[in-house]
Design a protein around this ligand. Structure first.
Ligand SMILES: Cc1ncc(COP(=O)(O)O)c(C=O)c1O
Ligand SMILES: *[C@@H]1O[C@H](CO)[C@@H](O)[C@H](O)[C@H]1NC(C)=O
Length: 488
């Protein structure tokens, strides 16, 4: 099993005695790894990398990733993985996508850095192109280096523009880890016992699977929940109930005038949670009646991931006042953006806001190339096509296994919520989740975990995965759940 042999990079020739699903072939040959040992990396990781690094490390036996190409990753031993998590929904068009890499290299050779105190072509080319992807009047762009930074800026803008202070988010949401965005984030795992979240209030997440209300027609997904539905056609009682909860929040927890309502079109870290179809539309109206602006956090759902649309908010038939984005915007290059209206942008003109690296030439060249590639490669269409198929097949596994409670999402923004049993919908405990998670990795597929109780598997791959990759994952996931049930 020589690791530099090209044969080994193809799917390992099928061993007839093995019942392991066979990975689709790949003819890309990674470099042979010659760096430090895994043991040495772990030593340094424990000594010199901050303790959070170990805390967030996935797997009992961590993955030591050496190289990537499109949907594939190779570890230091030359083992190949199908990446269905994309470094947390970030690698949008494929690891080291050749055209994006070329754009970055060209720019690196020409000009690495200068800032907004001068005019340089890439930022103008890029902001015009990005603006062309958004509906009127969302045409003014601030470039940042991360999603937290983008959300911080959006909070500030909303407060300055409205003259109000209070901001509402959903329970279970993640909007960043900076001191300000920690207040938006409504998951205790990411909160610290310091004064945080002044002016931030959360409201019940309209989760039609786990929440108190929900049926079999509520959400905009190829797969509905297993819950019964007694609603008359075209009328969603769950939506009424959840909107009622939002009204209670308005009546009890915030002043009569608010600054903003922040929501992801589909909750990301929360576990691909989807809301009833008309929820955001009604919520936006209520928020605007109270003087607030509506902010769509598209950090995970943007750039074609949800398949049917370029932005997640479009499938809710709403028009936000501010849109924040990061992750997929740069295919892994650190960048983010806030897009808003000229009017809101004007309210931000009272002081000077300066960001040294935001919109640097290399980021702009990368971002611009990512937008081109999404178009040229048909990335959004692929997301819809492969994602819909994947969810339909996963729903068959849900019908077969008692511990798969829900399958949901849109395009390649997919959640598989695991339960103790379908009747209780109680979360599958962490030990069991970890067992399946590790097993799926050992069979060659990287997926993610999320949800308030860590109960949901998350599938958010580079959007270049194929139908063969989807079938391979289904076989792997099926086997890991089957084997898990046998062991119990
Ligand atoms: C929806 C959402 N918003 C904001 C953020 C924060 O982005 P960053 O980690 O780039 O600061 C994240 C990160 O996971 C996210 O998922
Ligand atoms: C799931 O696994 C079981 C047990 O190995 C097998 O009988 C079945 O055909 C598999 N189904 C799919 C869809 O792979």
């Amino acid at each position: 099993h020589a690791q530099d042999s090209p044969l080994c990079q193809k799917s390992a020739l099928k061993d007839p005695s093995s019942d392991l699903p066979e990975m689709p072939p790949c003819d890309f040959i990674p470099d042979k790894y010659k760096g430090m040992s895994k043991e040495r990396m772990m030593q340094i990781r424990k000594q010199n990398c901050n303790p959070m690094t170990m805390k967030v490390t996935s797997y009992k036996t961590p993955a030591f990733i050496h190289q990537g190409h499109m949907q594939w990753l190779w570890d230091v031993d030359g083992k190949r993985y199908l990446d269905l998590f994309a470094g947390v929904a970030t690698v949008s068009v494929g690891h080291c996508h050749p055209r994006v890499t070329e754009a970055a290299v060209d720019q690196l050779k020409r000009l690495w850095h200068t800032t907004n105190i001068y005019a340089y072509p890439p930022i103008h080319e890029y902001t015009e192109k990005l603006a062309s992807h958004l509906p009127d009047p969302l045409k003014v762009i601030y470039l940042t280096n991360s999603g937290s930074e983008a959300n911080d800026l959006a909070m500030l803008m909303a407060r300055l523009h409205t003259g109000n202070y209070d901001i509402i988010t959903f329970r279970g949401s993640y909007h960043g880890g900076s001191p300000q965005t920690m207040g938006l984030t409504s998951n205790s795992a990411y909160k610290y016992p310091i004064a945080n979240g002044l002016g931030c209030t959360n409201t019940m997440c309209p989760d039609v699977f786990r929440g108190p209300w929900g049926g079999s027609h509520c959400r905009d997904s190829p797969v509905q929940t297993i819950r019964d539905c007694g609603c008359a056609q075209g009328h969603c009682m769950a939506n009424d109930q959840y909107i009622g909860q939002l009204k209670e929040t308005f009546a009890t927890s915030v002043p009569s005038r608010i600054a903003a309502f922040f929501a992801e079109p589909i909750q990301g870290v929360g576990g691909a949670v989807q809301y009833p179809k008309n929820y955001l539309k009604e919520a936006y109206k209520l928020v605007r009646e109270r003087g607030g602006v509506c902010i769509a956090d598209e950090v995970q759902t943007g750039f074609g991931r949800t398949g049917g649309h370029f932005w997640g908010f479009q499938s809710h038939d709403v028009l936000p006042d501010i849109v924040t984005m990061a992750k997929g915007i740069g295919n892994g290059f650190p960048m983010g953006a806030v897009v808003t209206t000229a009017e809101i942008a004007a309210s931000f003109g009272k002081g000077v806001h300066f960001n040294t690296f935001g919109g640097n030439p290399v980021a702009c060249a990368v971002g611009s190339s990512v937008l081109d590639v999404i178009k040229e490669d048909g990335t959004q269409e692929n997301s819809l096509h492969v994602g819909t198929y994947l969810m339909t097949e996963l729903a068959k596994l849900r019908d077969k296994y008692e511990i798969i409670g829900d399958v949901r999402g849109k395009g390649l923004m997919i959640g598989v919520e695991m339960v103790k049993d379908k009747a209780s919908r109680d979360p599958l405990p962490p030990d069991a989740m970890n067992e399946i998670f590790e097993d799926v990795k050992d069979m060659g597929v990287l997926i993610g975990k999320g949800g308030v109780y860590g109960q949901t598997f998350r599938i958010k791959p580079p959007m270049c995965i194929t139908m063969d990759d989807a079938n391979f994952f289904i076989a792997v996931f099926n086997k890991s759940i089957h084997d898990f049930m046998e062991r119990r």
